[in-house]
Ligand binder design. Sequence first.
Ligand code: AP5
Ligand code: MG
Length: 192
Amino acid sequence: MFNIILFGPPGSGKGTQSEKLIATYGLKHLSTGDLLRSEIAAQTPLGLEAKSFMDKGQLVPDEVVIGMISSALDQNPLAKGFLFDGFPRTEAQSVALDKLLKLKNTEIGVVLALDVSEEELVKRLLNRGITSGRSDDTNETVIRARITEYQQKTTVVANYYAGFDKVVHIKGEGTVDEIFTSLRSEIDQRLS
Ligand code: AP5
Ligand code: MG
């Protein structure tokens, strides 16, 4: 089993690259943002609670997302590996993920961190907001709040995994295919 964390700020291309990576490596894609948006669409109590945080660009409480990931891991016992996108986002989530994977006799193989400048992030997200219908993309104030939340609460995740020598930084600007080639090269080195 080979498990990957695709790490990076809002708009860095995690979702875009995840689609290509799961098609190439046959991994199970687990995006907490996508799981939360499904809960909102289904109007579940969890979705309603999460929406109030997401609309403001704030992180949803740790216990909510950890619970979702825990059930997703249990629901996919035959997965070849998992691609985590947008999770973990705090040190508490990282510690919880490591414990959950240990229970399944596996671990994180590599953390691929996409580096993109703040101006490029804002430009991409405002542009996507024109068509995506995502409430957190429609105005620059919420987009900047998401980036601040990332800087204040999520950058620690990279430090946490750097302590286990698992982090590789990838230039996240350029064409989608150029970035995908860089990601593949790092994964292939570790699989061979
Ligand atoms: P989430 O859904 O995870 O959103 P995000 O991290 O804010 O990031 P995005 O999904 O917006 O960006 P991305 O990196 O996937 O980039 P994408 O490929 O889409 O989280 C949303 C919210 O849910 C959070 O704010 C929080 O409230 C909550 N949440 C989720 N997980 C949580 C957790 N673990 N803990 C607590 N709360 C949590 O690309 C962006 C745009 O750029 C697209 O339009 C794309 O077409 C374009 N693009 C991609 N690559 C390129 C390129 N190379 N060049 C030009 N444009 C590009
Ligand atoms: Mg995404």
